[in-house]
Design a protein around this ligand. Sequence first.
Ligand code: TRP
Length: 338
Amino acid sequence: MTRHRVLTGITTTGTPHLGNYVGAIRPAIASSQRDDVDAYLFLADYHALIKSHNPDVVAQSSREIAATWLALGLDPEQTHFYRQSDIPEITELSWILTCSAAKGLMNRAHAYKAAVQANEEAGEDTDAAITMGLFSYPILMAADILIFNANDVPVGRDQIQHVEMARDIAARFNHHYGDTFVLPRAVVDDDMAVLQGLDGRKMSKSYGNTIPLFGTAKQLQKAINKIKTNLLEPGEPKDPDTSAVFQIWSAFADDAERQAMREAFESGLAWGEAKKRLFERVNDEIAPARDEYDRLMANPEEVEAILIKGAERLRPQSEALLDKVRTAVGLRSFARGA
Ligand code: TRP
C-alpha cells in the first residue's frame, strides 16, 4: 500500500480553544489514525517568533499545544510528532530556498499584503512593524513541507496560498538544479466545521470570542453562559440556524441528535436549558482529555522526551534530503571532488 505523506504544522501561539479543536485538532487526529496515511504533525515554533516577541508566551503556548494534542489522543508512535526547532535542517533549507525564491512571489503573500495595507490605512510607513520574518515566512513554510517530501498539506483556506508558494518554490528549484523535491498540494476540507464564537462571529483568538478547550469544567460552563443569545423567553420558538449555541452543539452531535435539538429549539427550549445541554455535551467529550492534559502540563519532561524522540527518529530523513540539496546547489565536500 502506498501511504500518502500528510504534513501539517501548528503555529505555537495562543491557547487552544473549541474552534481549534473542532476545526483542526479532532479531524487531524482522526486522519492520523488511518492506515493509508503517513502523518507528520509539528509544532511550528519558529513561526511563533513571527507573531510574538514575548518569550514566556512562546514557551508556554508550545507546552500547552503539545500537551493538548497528546491529551486528545495523538499517538506519537503512529504519527511523526516533533518540534520544528529540533530539526535544524529545516532552517538550513529555508536559507537555501530563500536564495532561489522570487521576491516578487513574497510580495504577493496575503499576510504580508494585509500588514502593508493596515499600515497604509493607519497613515504609517508601509514597512512599519513588518519584520523580515513576516515577509519571508512562506519560504520557511516551504522548507517545513519540502524537507519531508510531503504530498498533502491539510490547511485552512487562509493557508492555501502558502502551500501553492511552496509548490512554486519547489518546482523552480527542481527546474534549475534537477529533480529534488516532491511537489506538495494543499488539501482543504470544504465541510470543515468553522465554529461560531461567543458573539456569533467565527471563533477566533483575534476576535476575543473564544471558549477555551481546557481549563476547569466550571470555566467551560462560565464561557458557555456568555454565548450571546436573544431575548426570547422560554416557550417561544427559537431559530436554530442563527444560534451559536445550536451551531456549537451541532459540532458535538450526530444527525439524528441534531434534528431532535432543532425541534427542541423550534418548540421553545429555554436558553438556559440549551446552554446547559451544550455544556454537558462538550464536557462529556473533553473531560477525559482534560485530566490527561492537566497531568501532562504537570509533567513537562514527559512531553519533552516525546518530542525529542520524534525529532531524533526523523533527523536521518531530513539530513539525507538536506545533503542532496547541498550537493545540488554546490555546497560540497572538497574531499569528494567537483
Ligand atoms: N502557517 C501555518 C498557520 O499559521 C502553520 C504552518 C507552519 C504550517 N508551517 C506549516 C502548516 C507547514 C502546514 C505546513 O496555520
